[in-house]
Write a protein that binds this ligand. Structure first.
Ligand code: PLP
Length: 412
């Protein structure tokens, strides 16, 4: 397919227009942590504050009716974004909120002693710690899919790890450290062949390529708005209708009940409302809808292809550098994980920051993976579609001078 130069969309991002860091124009390579926001999203949030402030689904005013309609319409937008029905879109505070809801609302209810949750050592804490708690409460146990030598999760290894005890396969669609993308459709097929459910942590996947939950036959998908150009404080748990109907809400309160009686009887509303007690982050959800529309306007296929090409070019140049160790040279997404030889990852991160480059170093919330990689931490540059070659050149130039002496001098 033809690769469209998406850096033309840089003009939509106010921060790319003016922002400097330590005297340099900002090179924002920390997109796996959070993405920048385009004007369309900022305007949507501002409009809510400046012109549309009201609560939703609990007011009699025309204003409330109008904003409620927009708020509900975001479910339709997300439905188009990931290929599901609007009622299968549960608003959450983010991927973490979505995974916790799934863990305690579903897994804790339906898993029993001896059941197995199949996950991996490269999961983000948000896709592991809730499962640890579920195991503590139910007597279920965690099993890790063996990783390949390079840290990949393959369908073959998932198949080998399956047996009748596995009731849930919980994996990230893309690792936030190694950037590898899973074959979601094949893993869903394997999970279902063994009567297990497949829950995908989509935090690093959904913003970067098209996931169609129906086509891939995914049971649950969790993701955050802020990693896909939307506001913080909002996210989604997608679940198949019949599973959401069985799932228990974690919070009770206004908006999620149809009625209640003085004897304590509570009649919950239908899905997805039964999960959304209390006032939700209205402006965040409206902004998330604007972000999903913005990304669909560019085309997720275009985003994926451009990001991959930019990344491949960058990795090729980094491969040729004597002072760089790469951990995921062949990953499918914009995450480039490396170390500068002899330089502690955090020192490298601080040095690069002093040269205007924002990225992340350390364990990236995947705290078991360093044992596998056999390093205390790594540096992670994560690209998105608004990054360009010029920024890569600046990054490479800074890497050339990233020595122990220079890194330490940042702190003097
Ligand atoms: C793979 C993965 N899962 C879950 C999360 C948690 O996302 P959030 O902090 O938006 O809830 C992250 C965040 O970095 C992530 O990378």
């Amino acid at each position: 397919m033809e690769i469209v130069d998406l850096s033309v969309y840089r003009k939509d991002f106010p921060m790319l227009d003016h922002k400097t860091m330590n005297g340099y124009p900002l090179v924002y390579f920390d997109n796996a942590a959070t993405t920048l926001k385009p004007r369309a999203v900022i305007d949507t949030v501002l409009k809510y504050y400046e012109d549309e402030t009201t609560n939703v689904e609990r007011g009699d005013s025309s204003l409330s009716a109008m904003v409620s309609a927009k708020y509900e319409n975001v479910r339709k937008i997300i439905g188009r974004f990931i290929g599901c029905d609007p009622e299968e879109v549960v608003y959450t505070s983010g991927a973490t909120g979505a995974l916790n809801l799934l863990a305690y609302g579903y897994a804790e209810e339906y898993l029993h002693e001896g059941d197995v949750i199949l996950t991996s050592e490269e999961e983000h804490a948000s896709d592991l710690l809730p499962w640890f708690r579920v195991c503590g409460k139910t007597g279920a146990v965690i099993r890790y899919v063996p990783l390949t030598e390079t840290g990949r999760i393959t369908p073959e290894n998932v198949e080998k790890a399956m047996d009748g005890q596995v009731k849930l396969v919980a994996l990230a669609g893309v690792s936030n450290v190694l950037g590898y993308a899973l074959d979601l459709k094949e893993i869903a097929r394997i999970a279902h062949a063994h009567n297990a459910l497949f829950a995908v942590d989509g935090a690093q996947a959904v913003p970067h390529f098209r996931i169609d939950v129906k086509d891939a036959d995914i049971d649950f998908l969790a993701f955050s708005s802020h990693k896909m150009c939307g506001p913080t404080g909002a996210g989604v748990l997608y679940g198949k209708k019949e599973l959401l109907k069985k799932m228990k809400p974690l919070e009770l309160g206004g908006g999620s009940n149809a009625r209640f009686e003085r004897n304590g009887k509570i009649i919950l509303r239908e899905i997805p409302d039964k999960f959304e007690a209390g006032t939700q982050p209205i402006e965040g959800i409206l902004g998330m809808g604007a972000a999903a529309e913005y990304l669909m306007g560019i085309g997720l296929e275009n985003i994926h292809a451009y990001e991959r090409k930019l990344r491949d070019e960058l990795v090729e140049r980094m491969r040729a550098m004597d002072n760089i160790v790469l951990y995921n040279p062949d990953a499918e997404t914009g995450i480039v994980t490396f170390n500068v030889k002899g330089v502690f990852p955090q020192d490298a991160g601080s040095y690069l920051s002093s040269r205007g480059i924002a990225l992340r170093s350390g364990q990236h919330c995947a705290k078991i993976l360093p044992d596998f990689l056999k390093v205390p931490g790594t540096v992670r540059a994560s690209l998105y579609f608004y990054n360009n070659r010029e920024e890569c050149e600046r990054f490479l130039k800074a890497l050339e001078t990233c020595t122990v002496e220079n890194a330490v001098s940042v702190f003097l």
